[in-house]
Design a protein around this ligand. Structure first.
Ligand code: 3H9
Length: 698
């Protein structure tokens, strides 16, 4: 047919093969090839059409790189309607992941066969979209309303066998799909099986409660998102109107989603996540070091979580503690974490035992002589870390990668404590490390390319999303957070309450408000850090007086049952405490601050623009490789809403000029020290350029 779709007769079967690496996305050429194929099959003597794919997967969806560009014919919904309307029996043969438009192609085919390892799904919601090529209309006709809502609203792929239970796949086979699919088509032909057009079937009616339950669940798990509501409407329309009408509505709502800034943000996230894995200046074919075993220094919460991440990925771990007692304590925490995972149904008992079995303990660095990687996860004491690295240098074999999990310290100084700084880098995990997806990989001045490339690759294996950061205090995420937290505290003393500041940010989309985050992290952490500094180096007292007073009152945060909020000992549910509000008002008066009404928009702008302003500095200094990397850090490490695309995408979507104007307004009102605009932001606005343009031409 063309370069990406071939057409070969096998007896009476027209075998149509898509070959469009890497994932057989439905580019214009693929759509055209399929259309030509289905038209050719109409009068070439074939009795059936078998659609299958070369390479690692069946069609994985529409071609996302075409989004935002003018749409080219043939349009996918029309193509799929024509496939379904074929008088010849059309069978789709699925391997890999049949996703989005790919699975819709299969649903428009008359029958579907899948290899048992295949998965199918409609993940459009993750891109802020809805299945726009008949998926919302055909899935309910086959699988019913409830199952379809679950499939489309979650966006999660399901295994072929499960799809089989819903009728979404007709036959699941082990082994060689090509041969089994041909045999299946012949069986259907021999049995005289007629074509089966899903659009001609009715949707089994369900009560309003099914839609209400879906809407309630969306309000919770997809707070703030628009696409899920459009999906519910489409599925309801499928139930209440004929196919053609439903499809028309689906198309309208799909186009509406395409224009929605949420979808643009989520598409940005999709590509940013994949881009983040690539290290500028390191060839993708750089030979990697083998990582078959690893060690963790420190069995605290962080070390234990790191050990679990590796054990869960099949890599044996040696956990080092200073003495038997500390080791036992560390291993006991790991045991209880695994027990928790089993209890919550996240891991089977066997799997948990298997993973736990990969973790052994030791108190002597000699146990690390043969490991390929060590991650140090002791508390933030720079001298202690240097001491540990000197010991690791002596104990570990040449070529072993030595990593620190520090959140703030100078990785170059730590590397200099060894005779092999090229093997040293930072691996900054986020707590709880076995759950949180983000990994900041800190590239020291001397870090060898192959060590860095190895850790980036390894991060996928341990199911983390890795972002490279240069060396600076707090790296990308925690460095940016300083301005965010500062503004949260300032809003509090200038006129807010813990609830009003938290609500502004939560309603905007953050997973948690900043005051609640401070309580969760423990107010004593910042307090201790400040106490260690001379008074004139602690920053703006208005930004820390309140938490310091709370710590001095014994209110350390969630861990002491009281911080900015009081916490129910059973449920940990927070409730406001008038005593805290009194502290806020007293401290404001002592600082000479006249309290005023602060609306939610001001809270949001101050916190988010402070965050992004630092982001521009981080970019200009080359600490982050690209704006999207910063966005990924915030989405996976700090509960930033994905549908806003991350702080840098958000500022770009607001308009750099508008963001700069607001920052300048804050500078006027609150002073230069906190609000001097980042030079890169000023430069881009002056030149009328976007951040994307700057990143592309860097
Ligand atoms: C849709 O279908 C809308 C329709 O309902 C209606 C239309 C009217 N397009 O993830 P990987 C690239 S919406 C273009 O690293 P893996 C990806 O960027 C779509 N490119 O591999 C990467 O490029 P690079 C619904 C795509 O094995 C390379 O392929 N479908 C697309 O870990 C490898 O990707 C989806 O949302 C695409 N659709 O995972 C599925 N997909 O190497 C999205 C991937 O240059 N895709 N690329 O960085 C996925 O979930 C995963 O890529 C997949 C493979 C599971 C397929």
């Amino acid at each position: 047919m063309n370069d990406v779709v071939s057409y070969v007769m096998d007896g009476e079967i027209a075998v149509v093969t898509v070959n469009n690496p890497p994932v057989n996305a439905l580019s214009q050429a693929v759509r055209q090839g399929l259309l030509d194929a289905i038209r050719r099959s109409a009068d070439d003597g074939s009795r059936a059409v078998l659609i299958l794919c070369e390479g690692r997967t069946f069609i994985a969806g529409a071609d996302i790189t075409e989004f935002g560009k003018p749409m080219a014919e043939p349009y996918l919904p029309d193509l799929l309607n024509e496939i379904e309307a074929s008088e010849k029996l059309v069978v789709a043969a699925i391997h890999g992941t049949a996703l989005g438009g790919g699975f819709e192609t299969a649903l428009a085919s008359h029958y579907r066969i899948a290899v048992d390892s295949a998965k199918v799904g409609l993940p459009e919601v993750k891109l802020g979209l809805l299945p726009g090529a008949g998926g919302t209309q055909r899935a309910p006709r086959i699988a019913g309303v409830a199952a379809s809502l679950e499939l489309i609203l979650s966006g999660a792929p399901i295994p072929a066998a499960k799809a089989g239970q819903f009728g979404l796949v007709d036959k699941v086979v082990p082994g060689d799909l090509g041969a089994a699919a041909r045999e299946y088509v012949r069986e259907l032909l021999d049995a005289g099986t007629p074509v089966r057009r899903t659009s001609e079937q009715a949707v089994e009616a369900v009560g309003d409660d099914v839609f209400d339950t879906a809407a309630a669940s969306v309000a919770k798990r997809a707070r703030g998102q628009t696409a899920p509501h459009r999906i519910i409407e489409c599925v309801r329309t499928a139930m209440t109107t004929p196919f053609a009408e439903g499809q028309k509505r689906e198309r309208e709502l799909f186009m509406e989603s395409m224009q929605d800034p949420q979808s643009k943000a989520l598409q940005h996230v999709f590509f940013a996540e994949r881009e983040a894995a690539k290290v500028v200046g390191i060839d993708k074919d750089t030979p990697l070091r083998d990582i078959n075993s690893m060690g963790v220094i420190g069995g605290g919460t962080m070390g234990g979580g790191i050990a679990m991440s590796f054990a869960n990925a099949g890599i044996p771990v040696t956990l080092i503690e200073i003495n038997d007692e500390a080791l036992e304590r560390g291993l006991a925490i790991i045991d209880s974490n695994y027990a928790g995972s089993v209890k919550r149904g996240k891991l089977s008992e066997d799997k948990a035992a298997d993973c736990r079995g990969r973790i052994t303990g030791a108190t002597d660095y000699a146990a690390l002589a043969d490991v390929d990687l060590v991650i140090e996860a002791v508390f933030e004491d720079p001298e202690l870390k240097k001491e540990i690295f000197a010991k690791l240098d002596a104990a570990c074999k040449p070529g072993a990668i030595l990593a620190t999990n520090t959140s703030y310290q100078d990785v170059n100084a730590i590397a200099a404590a060894t005779g092999r700084p090229e093997d040293v880098l930072g691996m900054h995990f986020f707590s709880p490390a076995h759950i949180m997806k983000l990994l900041e990989v800190v590239r020291g001045d001397e870090t060898a390319d192959d060590a860095l490339a190895t850790v980036m690759k390894l991060s996928k294996k341990i199911r983390k999303v890795a972002v490279v950061s240069g060396v600076c205090y707090g790296f990308i995420g925690n460095r940016m957070l300083q301005g965010y937290f500062r503004e949260a505290q300032l809003c509090l003393v200038e006129g807010g309450s813990p609830e009003s500041v938290d609500k502004a940010m939560f309603d905007w989309g953050m997973a948690m408000g900043p005051i609640s985050v401070a309580d969760l992290a423990g107010l004593d952490v910042g307090y201790k850090a400040r106490q260690a500094l001379p008074a004139d180096e602690r920053g703006d007292p208005a930004a820390y007086r309140v938490p310091d007073v709370l710590v001095e009152m014994g209110r350390l945060g969630q861990k002491s049952g009281k911080g900015f909020y009081n916490y129910d000992p059973e449920t940990r549910r927070p409730s406001p405490d008038p005593e805290v509000q009194a502290v806020i008002e007293r401290e404001a008066a002592a600082l000479g601050i006249e309290r005023r009404e602060i609306d939610a928009q001001e809270v949001v702008d101050r916190l988010i623009f402070a965050l992004a302003n630092e982001g521009f500095r981080i970019l200009e200094e080359g600490i982050a490789q690209r704006p999207g990397d910063i966005d990924i850090v915030y989405l996976y490490g700090y509960g930033f809403p994905a549908w806003r695309g991350g702080p840098m995408h958000y500022v770009e979507s607001v308009g750099l000029d508008k963001a700069l104007a607001r920052i300048e307004e804050f500078r006027e009102r609150f002073g230069d020290e906190n609000w001097a605009p980042a030079p890169l932001l000023e430069k881009l606005v002056a030149e009328g350029r976007s951040l994307k343009d700057w990143a592309d031409r860097k």
